[in-house]
Design a protein around this ligand. Structure first.
Ligand code: 13P
Length: 287
């Protein structure tokens, strides 16, 4: 059964670890992430961008696939199905479709409009026990068409949004979606500490988890981060493993072209990446 992210994130914040949000793109991704969470006895959040939702055939298709896999694969660890950088309309659509968690990304609106819309999403979601993530400041780079300037969040604005009753808060602290450039200055821990001071016990979310060094991840967790989003790293691992298989000519050996074989190395590469992240985030055996 899908669950809200509230309990798993509050437990993570108290226990000083983080739950990974891994974005899904298709059945292989979803199955690999769910199996790895089960094998490692870890809670997990499946992230779906609006673009990926459309690609997979719509939100009800995604809900059907995820619920089916949870049942058929006997997944018993807590799983939350969450829209990533949802628009106002997108957040409402996934609530209807049966997601258990939503992100409403109102960071490109004025703070007043972000507050108004976030408040409305919280009202609708909370009637159904669905968790809500809001965003203040912005995450740099691009996440499936959502482009952010990488603006550091203002702690006073974070406090205003946190007080609305959000389950979790994403605040820009110099993090970027996609690969980090060589001249990246790193996470802004002064900003993170100020945001933590201003927002109290609300679990904080670190987007752009791909390529953040382990010491920065650990420091961020010690300063209140309880959810870390990873997308690009699974995509890179999948692509590399698939490329090696094809470049080695394995698709031409016997029935190596069978999609269940062709996609196998990429599937295993996602599993290995997710396991590594769960170990780094400290969520292993926390289900
Ligand atoms: P990366 O693609 O950089 O891992 O970021 C994922 C993310 O933050 C999804 O919202």
């Amino acid at each position: 059964m899908l669950v809200s992210a509230k309990e798993m994130l509050n437990k993570a914040r108290e226990g000083k670890y983080a739950v990974g949000q891994f974005n899904i793109n298709n059945l292989e991704w979803t199955k690999a992430i769910l199996l790895t969470a089960q094998e490692n006895n870890s809670p997990v959040i499946l992230g779906v961008s609006e673009g990926a939702g459309k690609y997979m055939g719509g939100y009800t298709t995604v809900v059907g696939m995820v619920n089916g896999l949870i049942k058929e694969l006997n997944i018993t660890v807590p799983v939350s199905l969450h829209i990533d950088h949802g628009s106002y309309e997108g957040a409402l659509k996934v609530i209807e479709a049966g997601f258990s968690s939503v992100m409403f990304d109102g960071s490109h609106y004025s703070i007043e409009e972000n507050i108004e819309k976030t408040k409305e999403i919280i009202r609708i979601a909370s009637e159904k026990g669905i968790s809500v993530e809001a965003e203040v400041g912005s995450i740099g780079g691009e996440e499936d068409g959502v482009v952010g300037a990488g603006e550091i969040a203002d702690p006073a604005e974070c406090k205003q949004i946190a007080e609305l009753g959000v389950t979790m808060l994403a605040a820009g602290i110099g993090n970027i979606h996609g690969k980090y450039p060589a001249n990246w200055k790193g996470l802004d821990f002064t900003a993170l500490a100020a945001i933590k001071d201003a927002t109290g016990d609300v679990p904080l979310v670190l987007h752009g988890g791909t390529g953040i060094p382990a010491d920065m991840i650990q420091k961020a967790i010690s300063l209140g981060v309880a959810k870390i989003n990873v997308n690009t790293e699974c995509q890179l691992a999948f692509a590399e493993a698939t490329r090696k298989y094809i470049e080695a000519g394995k698709d031409l050996e016997g029935k190596g072209f069978d999609p269940r074989k062709l996609l196998g190395p990429g599937f295993e590469a996602i599993k290995a990446t997710v396991k590594e992240k769960m170990e780094l985030f400290g969520s292993v055996n926390k289900a």
